[in-house]
Design a protein around this ligand. Structure first.
Ligand code: AHR
Length: 535
């Protein structure tokens, strides 16, 4: 497949990096674990430094991404006004109702690779007159029924800020400039008039606009030096009309491609407000055989978590390069594509890049969101790939049916961190080992919201062992604790259209609060979010 080949080339280095780990894991069958090992409870210590609050966690870290790909837009969001599926102005009511509970802060559109082939004029005006174009990146024909007005309607309905990804690969600076004018100008210009004729009187606000996507790959196979020049040229024509203020985002790196960040920061940092980073978690690290979403054992579980934890290292190292050129951290690192990417399940082709989502994906989501919180001085946005029916999605649909995934529940539980102040933590936890490879058994994050409540999110990565976490909050007296826990009977448990609630959050009650000391008992393979009321 074209896409698989392209991505395998671009992500060449990561596969090699972890092949050794995989080999070692595979060489250590799960059955060798003794019964005693399986039954034990891990002991851990957590200190939450409530007296040392840090900067704000940008709520955009909890952002989403919706590309014209597979059944995301068409079928997943857009069904059209005449559909028997209940909708408002063509957008599915059930999907919108579910997404509203996540407080989606920002939504990236129309791609991805698709962004560099998208021409905005195709998607405005009467729908029956819009051209039908091949979707050259992902297959099929795009009717253009879902265009700028429909996307903005979706954002307004969700209360999400729009993040538009412009076309550098096959578009011109003029086309980009005119799209921005069409959307944001309140003047009497021809393009502003055209927007009004198409049904929108007042201009929209467009706070984020990206110049191309993956320009080192599907966006044009460019060298960083060439892209840096192209970026500067296109970015010059991103204008602010009628009080709109656009943050200009440049195409950043992927994985450990540090040379790209070095060039972009040294040559274009002063022209951008954000630089992207893409990193996908593949169980095997091999783009030609990624691993299954649903048929896997402990080796693949462990390898997936080891790989997803690399996000921390990638952010640290890209940030260190950014610090050299931008010590004041004016340029945000925007992780605008992240999540798991599996092989399609044979016999279950539900559209391009459709994949199921298990408790393993929930653990991946919790781990990554904790990492983004930790780096919230530099990470200003993150957009999981993708929102509906594609990759690590929040929602799966099948015609009129809809379910939410384990990943959805993590986003819903973690929304308490949005816009809160990061609180530093220290976690002393044993390693979760398999063969020669090990990852921390527990990983956490904490924040304090505007009302003064502390929220702690803790992930137990170990699929076999519960954990007892002795927790101390410094500089605060805890009056009351409530919490929720997400776990599942098996590593592979998913929500299905027949059993939509197999994985869903429950009240978390297994804790003691005694004289300032908190003891938490977490089940294996779980995500727990606590709310602490202080005296
Ligand atoms: O999210 C799917 C694809 O992955 C995006 O279109 C592209 O940017 C990336 O390679």
């Amino acid at each position: 497949m074209k896409t698989a080949n392209a991505t395998s080339r671009k992500r060449r280095s990561l596969g090699m990096l972890l092949t050794m780990v995989t080999v070692l894991c595979v060489a250590y069958p799960t059955t060798r674990r003794t019964r005693a090992q399986r039954g034990e409870t891990n002991q851990a210590e957590l200190v939450v430094r409530a007296d040392q609050p840090q900067g704000k966690i940008n709520r955009n870290i909890y952002g989403q991404f919706a590309e014209h790909l597979g059944r995301l837009i068409y079928g997943g969001i857009w069904v059209g006004e005449d559909s028997p599926i209940p909708n408002t102005r063509g957008i599915r009511n059930d999907v919108v109702a579910a997404l509203k509970k996540l407080n989606v802060p920002v939504l990236r559109w129309p791609g991805g690779c698709f962004a560099d082939e998208y021409h905005w004029r195709d998607g405005i005006g009467p729908r029956d007159k819009r051209p039908r174009r091949p979707n050259a990146s992902w297959g099929g024909v795009d009717t253009n029924a879902f265009g700028t007005h429909e996307f903005m309607d979706l954002c307004e309905t969700l209360g999400a800020e729009p993040y538009i990804n412009g076309n550098l690969g096959s578009g011109s600076p003029q086309e980009m400039m005119e799209w921005i004018e069409y959307m944001t100008s309140d003047s009497d210009s021809s393009l502003a008039r055209l927007r009004r004729e198409n049904g929108r009187d007042k201009p929209w606000k467009v706070p984020y606009f990206a110049v191309g996507n993956e320009s080192w790959g599907c966006g044009g196979e460019m060298r960083p030096e060439h892209y840096a020049d192209e970026y500067r040229r296109y970015a010059t024509f991103i204008k602010n009309y009628s009080g709109n203020h656009i943050q200009k985002l440049a195409v950043g790196s992927h994985d450990d491609y540090y040379a790209w960040t070095e060039v972009l920061m040294s040559q274009a940092a002063h022209h951008m407000q954000g630089l992207s980073l893409h990193y996908y978690t593949l169980p095997t690290g091999n783009w030609n055989k990624k691993g299954s979403a649903t048929q896997f054992g402990e080796n693949a579980w462990h390898a997936t978590l080891a790989r997803t934890l690399l996000m921390d290292e990638f952010i640290q190292k890209h940030s260190a390069i950014m610090d050299k050129y931008d010590p004041q951290k004016h340029v945000g690192l925007m992780v605008d594509e992240w999540g798991t990417w599996y092989d399609g399940d044979p016999g279950k082709d539900m559209g391009a890049l459709y994949q199921q989502n298990s408790i393993r994906d929930a653990i991946v989501a919790g781990v990554n969101l904790n990492i983004f919180n930790k780096h919230s001085d530099r990470v200003q946005m993150a957009n999981i790939a993708q929102m509906v029916n594609v990759l690590q999605s929040m929602i799966l649909t099948d015609k009129e049916k809809m379910i939410v995934t384990p990943t959805y529940h993590v986003f819903e539980m973690y929304k308490v961190h949005q816009g809160a102040s990061l609180i530093p933590i220290e976690m002393k936890a044993p390693e979760y080992r398999l063969g020669q490879s090990s990852v921390p058994a527990l990983q956490a994050s904490a924040s304090r919201d505007a009302a003064g409540k502390i929220h702690i999110s803790i992930v137990n990565l170990d699929p076999n062992r519960a954990a007892q976490v002795s927790t101390r909050i410094t500089g605060a007296t805890v009056k009351n604790i409530t919490g929720r826990v997400l776990t599942a009977p098996a590593m592979t448990t998913t929500n299905t259209f027949d059993k939509p609630d197999a994985v869903r959050p429950a009240r978390f009650t297994d804790f003691q609060l005694q004289g300032g000391q908190i003891t938490l008992n977490l089940p294996s393979k779980s995500v727990v979010v606590l709310e602490l009321l202080l005296d």
